[in-house]
Write a protein that binds this ligand. Structure first.
Ligand SMILES: [Zn+2]
Length: 540
């Protein structure tokens, strides 16, 4: 007998058998029954709670397929910098923060993005020293791939003019060879390695705060990535396991493994998919190239102005060997690819890997391989990708956010950026995410971006390359079944189907109808109820 009944709703079940359904019955952790209001009461137990949804739209629980949960959750307790709007503003706020922070204690800031400022200049050591000379300070750009340290922080990290760049990292220097404070990619770890680690208690509290925020946004699952690899991996993984053992892990976490741990994962015999419905070992994450903003994405043709094409972060033959090795060991891979060259090369790697797997008749990993971002991809490569059992993990919210950056860096080739409609038509498997904290974790904003290709304030009118827009139903699919397919959990998640895990979201308005009448209003939609694992975890 069911324990929780939701009635008088409008179910977007994503299951053709239940397209007209208005009610769902839940028992324990699973959906037991789906149908209409008249029939459902027969399945109710005597003590069942019945909730009248007053005609509201019900979606399957939302999964964010690219999230940096640990970094984001810890960042909630750091010095918030997302609203900093100029270098002067940054200094003003940092001076204030320094005043409130005991001398000598670390100041960790996160979330600024100079490309949104009227004068887009990166902060430097001098800028930070001027207002906070007595604290070690490091401030991360919102993408977490670049951070700026002050003198005290560099001193503690032992960063000097004579120091050589670490592998996969750059210490920016001025004309005289002195470090500018700007640290790129893995050079950031030089500093993070000397910051006192948060205690287990602090991590637990930050994560629980994070679960609460995500439940308010209708998110019931994340595919969690480490940003800078090794250092943050173990504390995050330990915290998930600790919370899970205590019955307090309130998200379905698909835990990605940093690429530099591939050898250890293979040696240990870890395989993708190990775990249970709350916590599983996921994909091994690697990087084919950098980002377009930093002009480090690997392009087929030169960037406007620089005349250069960017570069691979990891040589392609090395990636190719790593993919082959992971594939043979039952580990699926997730590879970051932004530029059209990186995407083309990577598709080639997957074609060869899947071909040699077929030839060897060996078993595939338990989930498909995936490509992260797939930001610029040529039409020929879209169809090649669609032929493969490889997932395109994309972040629609980046599309409107990135318009000025993409147009200035690649000009008219911007038409090959975020080609969601082309990917959809070609039959590519897509999973949607936010890349939070690079972008806002609210999936409704991602859905809105995929449908309109406009920012929240409506630019550009008509949408950016509007022929690449998706429908509301397709966008919802990307945030539900998309993530489920990417982890081969689509038999258990992603639709409102009897037997599946009871993860559901109720919205305050019908975004499927708004698509026709007032698409800009979709961004305002709020979650009125979230059910996770059969339990109501958010209600308002
Ligand atoms: Zn990311």
């Amino acid at each position: 007998m069911a324990e929780l009944l939701l009635v008088n709703g409008q179910l977007h079940a994503q299951d053709a058998r239940y397209s007209e359904a208005t009610a769902v019955a839940i028992r324990g952790r699973r959906i037991r029954w789906v149908g209409n209001d008249e029939e459902i009461h027969a399945s109710a137990g005597p003590d069942a709670r019945v909730i009248d949804l007053e005609g509201r739209l019900v979606l399957p629980g939302l999964t964010d397929a690219h999230f940096h949960f640990y970094e984001w959750a810890l960042g909630l307790r750091r010095f918030p910098m997302a609203n900093v709007d100029s270098l002067e503003d940054l200094q003003r706020r940092l001076a204030q923060r320094a005043q409130e922070t005991p001398l000598g204690e670390w100041i960790l800031g996160q979330g600024w993005n100079e490309s949104r400022w009227a004068e887009p200049r990166l902060p430097t050591v001098a800028v930070l020293d001027e207002v906070a000379p007595h604290h070690p300070v490091i401030v991360w750009r919102n993408d977490l791939h670049l951070a700026v340290a002050n003198s005290r922080a560099m001193q503690e990290a032992g960063i000097t003019a004579g120091m050589v760049n670490p592998s996969q990292g750059i210490i920016d220097r001025d004309d005289a060879g002195r470090p500018t404070g700007i640290l790129r990619e893995l050079a950031i770890n030089l500093v993070t390695d000397v910051i006192p680690q948060p205690t287990e208690e602090e991590i637990t509290e930050a994560m629980q705060e994070g679960f609460g925020i995500l439940h308010q946004l209708g998110v019931t699952g994340v595919h969690d990535y480490r940003v800078m690899g090794g250092a943050d991996g173990p504390p995050a993984f330990r915290a998930y396991q600790r919370l899970h053992a205590a019955g307090e892990l309130a998200l379905r976490v698909w835990m990605q493994i940093p690429g530099e741990r591939l050898d250890e994962a293979v040696a240990l015999g870890l395989r993708t998919g190990m775990g249970d419905d709350r916590l599983r070992v996921g994909h091994v994450k690697m990087f084919a190239d950098g980002g377009q903003g930093a002009r480090t994405a690997w392009m087929l043709e030169p960037y406007e102005y620089t005349g250069e094409c960017g570069m691979p972060i990891t040589p392609m033959d090395e990636i190719s060997r790593a993919v082959e090795r992971a594939d043979g060991a039952g580990l699926a891979v997730a590879i970051h690819a932004i530029g059209d060259r990186a995407n083309r090369e990577l598709i080639g790697v997957f074609e060869r890997t899947l071909e040699s797997r077929r030839a060897a008749r060996s078993a595939p990993p338990a989930a498909p391989h995936r490509m992260e971002h797939v930001q610029m991809i040529r039409p020929d490569d879209v169809s090649r990708l669609a032929q493969l059992d490889v997932v395109a993990s994309v972040q629609p919210i980046h599309c409107p956010d990135d318009i000025p950056m993409v147009e200035s860096s690649v000009g008219s080739r911007a038409r090959f950026a975020y080609p969601f409609r082309d990917l959809q038509e070609a039959g590519a498997k897509m999973a949607f995410g936010s890349d939070c904290p690079v972008a806002d974790p609210n999936p409704i904003l991602g859905i809105h971006a995929a449908i309109t290709r406009r920012t929240g304030d409506g630019t550009p009118p008509g949408g950016w390359y509007p022929e690449q827009r998706l429908t509301a139903a397709e966008a919802v699919w990307g945030f539900t079944m998309g993530g489920a397919q990417a982890t081969a959990r689509d038999g258990h998640q992603g639709s409102i189907t009897p037997g599946k895990l009871a993860d559901l979201v109720v919205l305050d308005r019908d975004i499927l109808a708004l698509e026709q009448t007032a698409p800009m209003e979709i961004a305002q939609a709020k979650v009125v109820m979230t059910v996770f694992d059969g339990r109501i975890v958010h209600e308002r």
